[in-house]
Write a protein of this length. Structure first.
Length: 566
């Protein structure tokens, strides 16, 4: 015999559902989503303070709650149809832009405060009111009120906010959460959401979260067996950061970090190199918390679709990790520069820093006059080579650096016209705006290093050149020690390091067996190893040809000073 299940104690059931709402941020997002579902263009969230207590007001300019036959917002239905959302009765096309489906979002206020008041105006002249208190299973519909300032829409007023969550529900924190949680819903609906706190005099516009890394556009979408696409919005995180990929359904975040699901706590998702999100509308989510996924056929199809891109995704991340291992760490460069700056102070006039004047910085380019350097010869070609100035560009995070290319003929004269230039960056750690023979580099927010390339073409003849771009928090070109460390992965080369005098560049071979050994033992060992290579070149620069005994004594002197600095 089959027996239909039913609720034996409805008030208790409603109380259980209400108490399951434990995330105040999610509750705020739920009310904002209701405004988006209603087609509102503006939503204002205000944190209110009165008599030592705090409240939250969420107001939108949508059409208000669905009206009854008298044109009054139908709060009667709201109160008597918990778990029976009217949104479920929409057509498939209408449902595509609507997120709610469970009819329990109104109970989420309990995670924020003690009482809920809803004011709404539909077609009737009066503003309808509805009240609900935490811990009760009874709502109250009050007589309408006249309010000329309330022309249309809905207003949710939660009072007072629980003391335990007051510090969490500040204007900056709410704005940040909504920008991440409702990123795509806000972008797609173009709703204007403002979080206002008159007490702290803060008014913040909610801005959908922007991902700063490089977008992996080769991973776009995969069709599941049901015909629904899984959309991948994946980015490589910037160096030094750890990323997370969240799961989205209909533009709303439902899993903060995909590795929280056992099926994705594996390579490549757990490397921390990825950020962004995966969107799949077919997923079914937990009704109570609207977080987490039901382990059904839709989820199985989703996992299978993701498995399909994992081999190529692993290969892509392998390439990123390899490239980053072969690129100098800007922080390491800065530490080595600081160490040798102190050493150069100690050794005084006995040493000079490679091609720099004694106790002075590496020479810089002379200033230009009228767009060209005084004394330059001009030529119409043919093209022999192209040069980038400066060869080593230092720039602070978020600041700009201008680079200039010069086309040179066989006699060393500059070719001012007729040459076409093409500029590229090795690694996207900033943006590049080319304009003819000049390019302006705008640095990203982190210390890093990349190479800038230019290709010049004149009458079918092409020449190429490169420069190094260093993003450093502390740019100090007059320190007397401006060292450009560049890794060079040369498995066939037996050299450990080499100094290129013309561009003041010290390269070290990341494929050399000695480097491979120290690279496995931490940054401290790498620092000591590279410091020894710099010491070797510094001593040879100053004392080459003065006999083995002198050179060895000087080398030991610098190595000892490095150890003292460590």
């Amino acid at each position: 015999m089959r027996i239909p299940l039913s609720i034996g104690d409805e008030p208790s059931a409603i109380s259980i559902i209400q108490e399951s709402q434990t995330d105040p941020y999610k509750a705020v997002a739920e009310f904002v989503e209701n405004a988006i579902d209603a087609g509102a263009r503006n939503c204002l969230i205000t944190r209110k303070k009165s008599k030592g207590q705090h409240g939250l007001i969420i107001r939108d300019d949508g059409p208000g709650f669905i009206a009854n036959d008298q044109g009054i917002p139908d709060f009667q239905r709201v109160a008597t149809h918990i778990c029976d959302s009217i949104k479920k009765r929409l057509s498939e096309q209408q449902r595509s832009s609507v997120q709610g489906q469970f009819g329990i979002g109104i109970l989420g206020f309990a995670a924020i405060g003690r009482t809920l008041q809803i004011r709404s105006k539909s077609s009737a002249a009066e503003v309808a009111l509805f009240f609900l208190e935490r811990g009760t299973a009874e709502g109250e519909i009050r007589e309408g009120e006249k309010d000329s300032s309330f022309t249309r829409g809905s207003e949710v007023h939660i009072w007072p906010i629980h003391k335990e969550v007051q510090a969490r529900l500040t204007a900056p924190k709410i704005a940040k959460y909504l920008g991440e949680e409702l990123r795509d819903r806000i972008k797609q609906s173009q709703i204007n959401v403002i979080v206002n706190d008159p007490h702290s005099k803060k008014s913040i516009k909610v801005v959908p979260k922007q991902f700063e890394g490089e977008r992996l556009r080769q991973f776009d979408k995969v069709k599941t067996q049901s015909g629904t696409n899984v959309h991948f919005h994946l980015y490589i995180v910037n160096r030094g950061e750890a990323g997370a990929v969240y799961l989205s359904r209909g533009g709303t975040k439902i899993v903060d970090d995909i590795t929280a699901l056992p099926e994705f706590d594996i390579d490549p998702w757990d490397r921390g190199l990825l950020e962004g999100y995966i969107e799949y509308k077919g997923l079914n989510i937990s009704p109570a918390t609207r977080k987490g996924i039901l382990p059904d056929d839709a989820f199985t199809a989703f996992v299978k679709a993701c498995r399909g891109i994992e081999p190529n995704l692993k290969k892509t991340l392998d390439d990123v990790e390899r490239k980053r291992k072969e690129t100098a760490n800007p922080e390491l460069v800065r530490k080595i520069q600081k160490t040798f700056r102190e050493i150069m102070k100690e050794v005084g006039e006995e040493y000079d820093w490679f091609d720099a004047p004694r106790s002075g910085p590496i020479p810089k380019e002379s200033p230009s006059h009228g767009g060209r350097k005084k004394g330059y010869l001009l030529s119409s070609g043919p093209l022999q080579e192209v040069r980038i100035l400066p060869k080593i560009g230092q720039v602070r995070p978020h600041e700009t650096k201008r680079f200039q290319a010069r086309a040179i003929d066989p006699k060393g004269a500059v070719i001012p016209i007729g040459v076409t230039y093409s500029w590229t960056l090795d690694e996207l750690i900033g943006t590049l705006k080319p304009s003819g023979n000049e390019a302006v580099f705008t640095a990203g927010g982190l210390e890093d290093q990349t190479k800038l390339h230019v290709s010049a073409n004149l009458h079918g003849i092409t020449a190429e050149a490169e420069a190094v771009v260093l993003i450093l928090e502390h740019v100090n070109p007059d320190s007397g020690v401006s060292l450009n460390l560049v890794p060079n992965h040369d498995p066939r080369g037996s050299w450990r390091s080499r100094f290129l005098k013309e561009i003041q560049q010290l390269q070290y071979n990341t494929a050399h067996p000695d480097y491979l050994v120290v690279s496995k033992k931490g940054e401290g060992r790498i620092f000591r190893y590279i410091g020894q290579l710099v010491a070797r070149h510094l001593v040879l620069h100053n004392f080459k040809g003065q006999g083995e005994e002198e050179v060895m004594e000087r080398l030991l002197e610098i190595l000892a000073k490095i150890e003292r600095q460590i």
